[in-house]
Design a protein around this ligand. Structure first.
Ligand SMILES: NCC(=O)N[C@@H](Cc1c[nH]cn1)C(=O)O
Ligand SMILES: [Zn+2]
Ligand SMILES: [Zn+2]
Length: 479
């Protein structure tokens, strides 16, 4: 049984120290730890060091594992360290592994932010706006805040905690799978279950536990031809233009209503069974919540079930951008000599990343061949992750559901998620343990988008939720 007095004191301490937690998040957001920008790599390291200082302060023993180098945009870069922390080592207690990431997506004020993305600001409704506030600095700091609160109120921590924080999640989690394979029987040996707080509620009011993710295959297709950028007045109409070829290729990938046009891509998608259909019925989700998150009515489906299925159990293809193309304000009559188009496919059970790459490569080469262009095409899958589905009947989920009831006074929805967290399946397979996703933020947080936020309420109740989950884990029979 969870000691209710302990929880009461823990909740009270968290409530009274909200501002301290917000200040801590502010410090973290101020470090622009963008893993996909070679010029920001030092900041990713700085963020790792910031966490190490906090580990030291909280008495968490740790190793900052150097996982070598990688090549990005033609540059060899050091990979940020993977932080492996240990808090407690009592053989009588369960051991929970928590994972999160300290890198963030890029953000520029001119993308449409209302304030500097690297300065956490709180609006009048308690929205804490800043890059990484929800994805994933708020949640990872949440675990550490929960440890600190237990120390301050003088309460024994309910479990042994293993911590794995990486700085490359937004950029393919390079080095992490190998490290997990190496450490499965060492650092990760005693782990009883895994908890990841790196996703969001479905809507804005109801907490959820998540048992599935889509995979991702991220592609870079480069079309090159002329040896240098050219004046379109002088050379337009006389040369094969890489940008024209690329746009035609892009136009062949997907229809405006999301149907993927690449032959073979949809072949392996798991069949929709009656039991799965049932799971959509009980979920509290309204199209209005989606519309509020996308700040428009540009949704493709006019009903909730089809929308959730499109997000969770069918693949999608999104076009992200073009490197090398003119994108600044104003007018520039250039004809770029080399452009790289970026798009990704979110995959679902039973799709296979190698087959996805083979289908994409074959299709694009055939379509490019039809253009009769003298330019060159290069197709590359820059990183991939497999989809993941887990069992929500496991005691790990039951403990989390109990914690949701204690903190939010309601039963959580059981959801899948359209995003990808590459390491989830690795943990499940390499450690043979149950993995649970326990989100802190809301569906309208705008992760990866402009004006990303975490509500103060979700942050503080989230700290309580993470701590209470660990108490419930300690109390539950785990057979
Ligand atoms: N919060 C999880 C998340 O945002 N995951 C990313 C992972 C990714 C893969 N390639 C680039 N980022 C996601 O986009 O789903
Ligand atoms: Zn992310
Ligand atoms: Zn994330």
């Amino acid at each position: 049984m969870v000691n209710e007095t302990v929880l009461k004191n823990f909740f009270k301490y968290v409530d009274e120290n909200q501002d301290h937690y917000v200040d801590r998040l502010r410090e973290a957001v101020a470090i622009p730890s963008v893993s996909s920008d070679p010029d920001r790599r030092e900041d990713v390291f700085r963020m790792g060091n910031w966490l190490i200082e906090l580990f030291k302060k909280l008495g968490i023993s740790y190793e900052a594992v150097d996982v070598g180098n990688h090549v990005m945009s033609g540059k060899t870069l050091k990979l940020p360290p993977i932080l492996l922390g240990s808090y407690g080592n009592d053989p009588k207690k369960k051991t929970i592994l928590v994972y999160g990431h300290y890198d963030v997506q890029p953000a520029l004020l001119e993308d449409g932010w209302n304030s500097d993305p690297w300065k956490l600001v709180e609006d009048s409704t308690g929205r804490l706006v800043g890059r990484g506030s929800s994805d994933d600095k708020g949640p990872i700091i949440g675990w550490l805040n929960a440890i600190e609160a237990h120390q301050k109120i003088g309460v024994e921590f309910p479990v042994n905690l293993k911590i794995c924080f990486e700085g490359m999640e937004e950029n393919g989690s390079e080095g992490l799978d190998d490290l997990i394979a190496r450490e499965a029987d060492k650092y990760f040996k005693c782990v009883d279950a895994v908890c990841i707080s790196d996703n969001y509620w479905l809507g804005v009011t109801k907490p959820c536990l998540t048992y599935g993710l889509r995979g991702i295959s991220y592609f870079n297709i480069t079309v090159s031809g002329p040896g240098r950028d050219l004046h379109s007045g002088v050379f337009g109409g006389t040369v094969y233009e890489p940008m024209t070829d690329l746009i035609i290729l892009f136009s062949k990938l997907v229809t405006p209503n999301g149907k993927i046009l690449i032959p073979g891509i949809n072949d392996d998608v798991a069949e929709l069974k009656d039991e799965e259909m049932e799971t959509y019925r009980s979920i509290e989700f309204k199209l209005e919540e989606l519309q509020s998150a996308i700040e428009s009515k540009t949704n493709i489906y006019d009903n909730e079930t089809q929308t959730l299925q499109a997000r969770w159990r069918y693949p999608s293809l999104s076009i992200h951008g073009i490197e090398g193309a003119f994108s600044a304000p104003g007018v520039k009559t250039v004809l770029p000599c080399k452009v790289s188009g970026k798009f990704s496919i979110r995959s679902v059970p039973n799709m296979d990343p190698d087959k996805i790459t083979a289908c994409v490569d074959k299709f694009l080469r055939e379509e490019f061949g039809k253009l009769g262009s003298e330019n060159k095409l290069q197709v590359e899958c820059v990183h991939g992750a497999k989809p993941w589905v887990s069992s929500p009947d496991h005691w790990n989920f039951v403990a989390a559901a109990n914690a949701v009831e204690k903190v939010f006074n309601c039963k959580p929805d059981l959801t899948r998620e359209g995003g990808s967290i590459p390491v989830t399946l690795t943990f499940q397979d390499a450690l043979n343990k149950n993995v649970l996703l326990l989100p802190m933020g809301r569906g309208d947080d705008g992760a990866h988008s402009t004006n990303e936020k975490l509500d103060r309420h979700n942050y503080t109740e989230g700290i309580k939720l993470l701590g209470t989950y660990l108490h419930e884990v300690a109390a539950i029979k785990s057979t």
